[in-house]
Write a protein that binds this ligand. Structure first.
Ligand SMILES: [Zn+2]
Length: 541
């Protein structure tokens, strides 16, 4: 009886365990947070976003340069890599090719960094032009809550719009903040291809190429186009400012179409909400609510970004309105952080929230907070990328090498390097001298053109056909950027004619080399020239 009971209990236990194992359970989540993994390959900076945006430089020294078609392609490749990395990292922080993003950014002439806002404790992506052409700044929130892009095309001419944009960007956890770099009047060249219209903004009344809101060949517009095309749900507000002259409205809002009266326009809806926020509702006008122009009559009809989103053609007027673009002109008191006069930036932000009240993104978020403070993780270093190029390979030696002062017959070279923790050899005077056997640990000296950005001093090279590692530690006066001059082992006792003939025997053009090769590749340490027997070794390539 007791034995039987025990047997019954055991059965019951076994079957209970069996059922538990089969029962559905929540899928375990082992993924790394988006900012805690590969995102850390980007270099980091931290500061207060509002302060740093307020301090961005907007030079007006005539240095602006519009995008070439080559740079346009490179910037678009950067955007491809960037948005792919963002979406990958949001799924799993250990994915996302942020090292590739860095390479693409460098190709496009941009610095791309992780920016940590110490006020909110949140990470953003920050881009800035590293060339002298003055292309736009941008900030992207990878974990945006609202599918909204904020555009600031005319800082500092429309002063205060950049910081206002940053406040709204944070307040609504918006997707991106794009800010012009150069002043709109910076470029003396008025040969604009997109918008031949006039403007009172600059001295001669013409629209300049540096006016990114009226031109398309700039990164400000390329970012707009990307956000507009990538997701039909994305909305835009472009912030402008005007002087507070007597009789003028405090805000004039347009949808960037040419329509004078269009009751369903998004500008009318936004204005109705903005009137509910400020003390003087009648000082706000929509360009689409009644016949005739508001004062000032700034309605964004010639705005390249608004036109593009409305009907796809940035450089022609359109009566089409997409309902996705708001053009807002504001008096100073609406842009500032002071509500004592009955209006401030927050009124614009709140009206936006009401206008587009259902544009949440990222797992159905339904709030506008940036989210919990994030950890300020350190930066990871990207593995060195091996690249290949085709070069002319020539040789130099003791007899035809000079010491930098025109004295030939020497093995003295330009740079004294440390390679793999090992100082390279010097002569008795302490001058660096050519050396090496061609292994990874002891590469042969090679010279490249001075200022060759692909082959700076200290670069390791592997010549596939020679099976030898080389180290750039000397400079070559005649070399072009696709030419390397390899040290041929030789000394004062060697016959200059024999060495010179041997150099010619080994010379080849073109040959493939690897830049920053991995260790462990096949190596042949046979010297090019036999210094003992004073003769050339057989050429093997
Ligand atoms: Zn403006």
């Amino acid at each position: 009886m007791i034995q039987g009971m025990g047997f019954y209990l055991r059965l019951l236990l076994v079957s209970t365990i069996f059922v538990t194992v089969l029962a559905p359970s929540p899928k375990p989540v082992f993924t790394t947070l988006w900012h805690a993994g590969n995102f850390r390959y980007l270099d980091a900076e931290s500061g207060q976003l509002l302060t740093d945006v307020g301090n961005l430089a907007h030079p007006a020294q005539g240095g602006y340069g519009r995008l070439s078609s080559t740079r346009t392609d490179k910037f678009n490749l950067l955007l491809n890599a960037l948005f792919q990395a963002i979406s990958d990292s949001l799924v799993d922080g250990n994915t996302g090719d942020w090292c590739d993003v860095k390479v693409k950014a460098a190709n496009a002439g941009y610095d791309l960094i992780r920016y940590y806002d110490t006020d909110s404790g949140r990470w953003f992506v920050h881009g800035r032009d590293r060339t002298s052409f003055g292309q736009s700044y941008f900030y992207i929130n990878p974990f945006a809550k609202r599918n909204l892009v904020i555009e600031v095309p005319h800082e500092p001419y429309d002063s205060g719009t950049a910081v206002q944009g940053a406040r709204i960007f944070k307040d609504l956890a918006a997707r991106a903040l794009i800010i012009n770099k150069e002043d709109r009047c910076s470029d003396p060249d008025t040969a604009t291809q997109c918008n031949p219209g006039s403007s009172s903004a600059c001295a001669d009344g013409r629209i300049r190429e540096s006016d990114v809101a009226h031109n398309t060949d700039n990164t400000f517009h390329l970012l707009h186009v990307r956000f507009s095309d990538m997701d039909a749900g994305t909305k835009f507000i472009q912030l402008h400012g005007f002087r507070a002259d007597p009789g003028r409205q405090n805000a004039v809002v347009g949808d960037s179409s040419t329509n004078d009266v269009s009751s369903a326009s998004i500008s009318n809806l936004f204005v109705s909400y903005l009137r509910g926020q400020i003390w003087s509702p009648s000082s706000v006008s929509s360009c689409q609510e009644s016949a005739g122009d508001p004062n000032p009559a700034f309605c964004g009809q010639s705005n390249a970004q608004g036109r593009y989103t409305n009907d796809g053609a940035a450089c022609t007027f359109t009566s089409t309105s997409s309902g996705r673009f708001l053009y807002v002109e504001q008096a100073p008191s609406l842009r500032d952080n002071d509500d004592s006069d009955g209006m401030w930036w927050k009124d614009v932000s709140d009206a936006l929230k009401l206008t587009w009240n259902n544009i949440y993104m990222n797992n159905g978020a339904t709030d506008d907070t940036l989210g919990a403070r994030q950890t300020q993780y350190g930066t990871l270093s990207c593995p060195t990328q091996t690249t290949t190029m085709s070069v002319k390979v020539t040789f130099y030696s003791f007899p035809d090498n000079d010491d930098g002062f025109g004295n030939f017959g020497t093995n003295v070279i330009a740079d004294h390097l440390v390679w793999q923790g090992q100082a390279r050899p010097t002569n008795s005077q302490g001058d660096p001298i050519a050396s090496g056997t061609g292994t990874f640990g002891n590469p042969i000296t090679v010279a490249a053109a001075q200022g060759n950005s692909l082959l700076p001093s200290g670069t390791l090279v592997y010549v596939t056909g020679l099976k030898k590692y080389l180290l750039v530690e000397d400079s070559c006066g005649n070399c072009t950027s696709t030419w390397i001059d390899v040290w041929m082992e030789s000394n004062a006792g060697n016959d200059p004619t024999a060495v010179s003939q041997c150099e010619n025997n080994w010379t080849r053009d073109p040959k493939d080399i690897q830049i920053n090769p991995p260790s462990g590749l096949a190596v042949d340490t046979t010297p090019f020239f036999d210094t003992i027997r004073n003769q050339c070794n057989p050429v093997t390539w």
